[in-house]
Ligand binder design. Structure first.
Ligand code: BGC
Ligand code: BGC
Length: 852
């Protein structure tokens, strides 16, 4: 039976049948995923080895007197409320009258009225309502105003119309602290116009393994650069301490994150950092002392662990180092329900984190229960009053420095409603400069770049005219998916920038994503790269670019075969192994994720009409560039292809000898780990099987028939030869087609992260009986969802796409922490279905209900 790995890996002939039975018969309830606990004793912290910090904010007795006076007038409920932050998707302004919470946040997908494209006025009006509710005359004699934190991490990127600056990885390539300061100040203004005064940034991770999906949020693997940027960005966002500008109405509170060690988890999001204390201090620890010295008022505590201990429970780092040694007198804020991952805690209860030094819980979903549990824990003495008062004092101190009491309701503050500042020409000019400075030239055969604008230029690739793709995650949505160019009213795609530059000089520019052309171009600019992702959805097993999908490379090779010079503009959140693409290109530019000002790319690619260089390339690599897909980190052996700091100038010799094109990986390992069946191949470790009551048959390539002949699988073409399968059920009894593996995978995080099982399908003969789609977790374990109605409603002969949230399978009984079979399709009736691209899909927050 399934669930026993050794049995299944022997050939598993009995296995699919067991699943068939499990899915067809009654299903057991959902098993709770096991929480993995780190072994071994927690590592001790030695505060004395950490740097000393001289804060730029001197002690202020008058401020402390105000803090104490406020504290003395607060009820216990109010004090506990300050410790808790709810998300705008679950907490209304009216709730604040009953629950005196000290702050709110909006997660990456949480918007006013649930509207991804909410107008700035809706943000301002909602901010105003929260503030007024927190100050409403109520039984509480001395109300304390709430404030609202937002992820303004590359501009005020959650908000429609904002300037979208390059992601941090590109800013790292620019090596320009003065520019950081300008970006910080511009971002602060764009946050202020919607009535907010607090951002969750900058990210100070010093990423040492680029398999991590948050690599693009990191400036660099170079601690010295992160240190310089930490200071510049904090000063830009908050203003300089000791000047009238500090936290005035044009500036916002900064939150260096994620403290501490998030960049050293070996490519695993929310993972364990096993570095020594000294390594931790000198890598991820580099930016924080500087940020604290520059006056940062809050610090976000990381999801990750250090040596097996979740950061939210790390007394040594939160209290002894940050607060005691560095004299940090602002407050710590948790990450999204991260306290719930501390052993013994839940999302709704975690006094352990308060003990360790957490001052404010980020409790997007369970704030109400957390509030009452924390109140109870204070009343019972579980949370000592002095610790409660310390946390509240820190929050009040920041609220006073932020002039929250004086400034009054958000709508009455000086920049409120100045919506002209969102995406203003001044801010866009700063972003465009940042794009120019961030481009890194890796290859430039025979000085192909810069180009002459008077030529006939073909612009190809799926990234050429795609602002969402050039912006990446944390852009209007959490994953950066589900949007199009028209959702960026002030943005320009790379194509638009090129077209303007070329046409203004009398040249000819043609957009052709697939690279076809009528008239032979003088040069082709091909824009391609990674598609948007955020957090764990971007974690990858190695640095191979686009595993299992060679379409970009095929495009380059087609143009090359036609003898057309090719400039690759590569969009990515990290360096990736692209040797074949480098070989196929005459020039290659790493453009990272440049954001909404695509014209910055054309500024550097083209000369002035008179032939003079307009802007020289000046970006250099913030991370080393891999020679093999397995060179993902600073500790992986071998010389990188290009070292950190590498970058050509136009004048230098940009020729590159041909690079090895074999990845060194077994071909299966090149397949995307979220892909079960894509481009005609099963992903690494997955195989097809069919089963019915006459027995089960493994069909490794997904071709063949069940023993009874009731179900047959044949290869057909969708866009490429044999990239799809036709599944034909004869209608003579239950039979099932499934994809399963020899070891189970854990999809717990993916399920919480609202991912879905998705596939393309074409109904060729409508179902005559009920059809279910299931996921299996071993013998008599699984969950199925009915898809009969959706198949019946689908137009005959047309390709369509279906996404079913993983949560639906979990609710139906699948144990998502042990998925042996991610896909199982079953019916007793007649049905002919073409199917392909079976994979996990991200960003399907609002996706379909569970039954179809
Ligand atoms: C991320 C943080 C972010 C927070 C609020 C978390 O999942 O780790 O970086 O600030 O969500 O959106
Ligand atoms: C938030 C993220 C969070 C995620 C978890 C998103 O909406 O913005 O910060 O990690 O939800 O599901």
């Amino acid at each position: 039976m399934r669930g026993d790995k050794s049995d299944h890996s022997k050939g598993g002939v009995g296995a699919p049948f067991a699943l068939l039975a499990a899915l067809a018969v009654a299903l057991p309830g959902l098993l709770a995923p096991a929480r993995v606990q780190a072994a071994g004793p927690p590592a001790a912290i030695h505060p004395g080895i950490w740097p000393q910090v001289r804060p730029q904010l001197p002690p202020d007795p008058a401020l402390e007197r105000k803090v104490n006076a406020l504290l003395a007038g607060m009820t216990l409920e109010q004090k506990v409320g300050q410790l808790i932050q709810g998300d705008i998707s679950t907490l209304t302004p009216a709730d604040l009258r009953q629950y005196p919470l000290g702050s709110v946040l909006n997660g990456g997908n949480s918007k006013p009225d649930g509207n991804t494209l909410a107008p700035p006025s809706a943000w301002l009006s909602l901010a105003n309502r929260y503030y007024l509710a927190s100050m409403a005359p109520s039984p509480i004699p001395h109300p304390v105003p709430e404030f609202w934190g937002i992820d303004a991490v590359h501009g005020n990127n959650d908000v429609y119309g904002a300037t979208i600056f390059p992601q941090n990885v590109g800013l790292g390539a620019a090596h320009d602290p003065a520019l950081m300061r300008l970006i910080g100040a511009a971002t602060a203004e764009e946050v202020r116009v919607i009535g907010l005064d607090w951002t969750f940034g900058p990210t100070l991770a010093v990423v040492s393994d680029n398999r991590w999906g948050r690599s693009y949020e990191s400036y660099s693997a170079d601690p010295a650069l992160v240190r310089r940027y930490a200071r510049a960005m904090v000063l830009g966002l908050q203003g300089r301490p000791g000047t009238p500008q500090f936290l005035d109405a044009r500036h916002v509170i900064a939150t260096p994150k994620h403290y501490l060690g998030d960049g050293g988890t070996r490519g695993v999001d929310q993972g364990d950092n096993t570095e020594s204390e000294i390594q931790l201090r000198d890598s991820d620890g580099a930016g924080y002392p500087v940020a604290v010295a520059a006056g940062a008022q809050s610090v976000m505590v990381s999801f990750s662990s250090w040596r097996g201990v979740k950061m939210a429970a790390n007394y040594g780092l939160l209290t002894e180092v940050l607060k005691d040694r560095w004299h940090f007198d602002g407050f710590t804020v948790g990450d999204w329900n991260a306290h719930g991952q501390v052993p013994g805690c839940t999302d709704a209860s975690c006094p352990q984190a308060v003990d360790a030094g957490l001052d404010m819980f980020m409790a997007p979903t369970d704030w109400k229960q957390l509030y009452s549990n924390t109140l109870e824990q204070v009343r019972s003495g579980r949370i000592p009053r002095p610790r409660l008062d310390d946390a509240v004092r820190r929050i009040l101190r920041v609220k006073l420095r932020d002039r929250l009491f004086e400034e009054g309701p958000p709508a009455s503050r000086p920049l409120a409603g100045r919506f002209d500042l969102l995406g203003s020409p001044q801010h866009r000019a700063i972003a465009r400069r940042a794009v120019r400075e961030s481009l890194v030239l890796l290859k430039n055969e025979d000085h192909l770049l810069p180009l002459k604008p008077q030529e006939r230029v073909l612009v190809a690739g799926d990234g050429a005219d795609d602002i969402p793709m050039q912006s990446g995650g944390w852009t209007l949505t959490w994953q950066g998916t589900g949007t199009t160019n028209k959702d960026f009213p002030h943005g320009e795609s790379i194509w638009q920038g090129i077209a303007q530059t070329v046409r203004a000089a009398g040249g000819e520019a043609n957009l052709s994503p697939d690279g076809t052309f009528k008239q032979r171009p003088d040069v082709a600019i091909v824009v391609y790269g990674e598609k948007p992702y955020a957090e764990f959805q971007g974690d990858v097993p190695n640095l191979a670019f686009s595993p299992g999908d060679d379409s970009d490379l095929e495009l380059l090779r087609r143009l090359r075969a036609a003898g057309i010079p090719i400039v690759s503009v590569f969009l990515s959140g990290r360096p990736l192994w692209v040797n074949p693409e480098l070989n196929a290109s005459n020039a290659f530019v790493a453009a990272w994720l440049p954001g909404s000002e695509g014209e910055g790319v054309a500024d550097v690619l083209f000369r002035k009409p008179d032939g003079a260089v307009r802007y020289d390339f000046r970006g250099t690599l913030p991370f080393s560039w891999p020679r093999t897909p397995l060179q993902f980190g600073s500790d992986t052996a071998g010389r990188p292809l290009f070292a950190l700091g590498y970058g050509l100038r136009d004048a230098s010799n940009g020729n590159l000898t041909p690079l090895a094109e074999t990845s060194g990986l077994p071909s299966a390992a090149l397949v995307d780990n979220r892909a079960f069946f894509v481009a005609g191949r099963t992903g690494s470790g997955w195989h097809w099987a069919v089963a019915d009551d006459a027995g089960a048959t493994p069909l490794p390539r997904g071709l063949g028939a069940s023993d009874s002949g009731r179900l047959t699988l044949t290869a057909i073409d969708k866009t490429r030869q044999e990239d799809s399968r036709r599944l034909r059920w004869s209608g003579t009894g239950q039979s099932l087609a499934e994809i399963s593996g020899a070891t189970p995978i854990d999809l717990t995080r993916q399920t919480n992260g609202q991912m879905a099982l998705g596939f393309d399908y074409r109904v060729e003969e409508a179902p005559s009986a009920a059809v279910t789609l299931g996921m299996g977790c071993g013998a008599s374990c699984g969950g199925t969802v009915a898809i009969t109605a959706v198949l019946r409603a689908a137009a005959h002969g047309q390709w369509r796409h279906l996404d079913i949230p993983l949560a639906c399978f979990a609710a139906a009984g699948e144990n998502v922490s042990r998925v042996w079979t991610p896909f199982a399709l079953q019916t007793a009736g007649r049905l002919t279905l073409a199917i392909t691209n079976i994979r996990l899909e991200s960003g399907t927050a609002g996706a379909a209900a569970c039954g179809h």
